[in-house]
Design a protein around this ligand. Structure first.
Ligand code: TMP
Length: 218
């Protein structure tokens, strides 16, 4: 069985978490081995980088290099080996988040992000990438939880002590959303846009429908 790579994306407060866990369970219930992971993170080194990115002040280039360094470690140690074993990799964020947050939110140069992505995700530089596929490793499906920044902000009120991103004003998240929209427009067949302002049940039905449309869940 060939591996599947599914990412979840969206601004902070979009409500991805419960659906990520539920999708992993749905695949397991159908007999698939699942690797549930997240970015930045997913390995000890990448989790250490995550703590820095989320809590230490730094400029946008430093931030960008750290998220890509974390991604490189995550790909080589976790994602590519899991895909090579035919597992379903369900990942909370991947490189679309870098385009949205650093490219959109922080106004970091989109073309530089593309260069970094082409390096970090180059299939011929990943030892265990035995699967045929495009030159640059990307998810097979990206579920983009889209909702107005004001609704997301409302959901986050009082939720927990905010990190460096959650503490940003709603104008930042509008720019992040615009970054996701741009990325979606560049790869429309990879993206499924989920209307994340709706009820949890409706959102789950949209998630299931998007995965079923690919023929991956019955
Ligand atoms: P989360 O996993 O709790 O959503 O937190 C991760 C935060 O890191 C989130 O605010 C988005 C941000 N982020 C980036 O800025 N760039 C990235 O490439 C990734 C993966 C996440």
């Amino acid at each position: 069985m060939s591996g599947l790579f599914i990412s979840f994306e969206g601004i902070d407060g979009a409500g991805k978490s419960t659906h990520i866990a539920a999708l992993a369970q749905a695949f397991e219930a159908q007999g698939r081995a699942v690797t549930l992971t997240r970015e930045p993170g997913g390995t000890p080194l990448a989790e250490a980088l995550r703590a820095l990115v989320l809590h230490e002040a730094m400029d946008p280039l430093t931030e960008t290099l750290l998220v890509f360094a974390a991604r490189r470690d995550h790909i080589t140690r976790v994602i590519a080996p899991a895909l090579a074993q035919g597992r379903v990799v369900v990942c909370d964020r991947f490189s679309d988040a870098t385009f949205a947050y650093q490219g959109g939110g922080r106004d970091f140069d989109w073309d530089v992000l593309r260069v970094l992505e082409n390096w970090v995700q180059a299939r011929d530089q990943i030892a265990s990438a035995v699967e045929p596929g495009p030159d640059v490793l990307q998810p097979d499906l990206t579920l983009w939880f889209d909702l107005p920044a004001a609704v997301a902000a409302q959901r986050l009120v009082g939720a927990r002590v905010p990190d460096r991103f959650e503490a940003q004003p709603s104008g930042f998240f509008e720019k992040v959303s615009a970054g996701y929209a741009r990325r979606c427009a560049q790869s429309p067949s990879r993206f499924a846009r989920i209307e994340a302002h709706m009820s949890a049940e409706s959102v789950w039905q949209q998630v299931l429908a998007s995965v079923r449309a690919k023929g991956w869940l019955s």
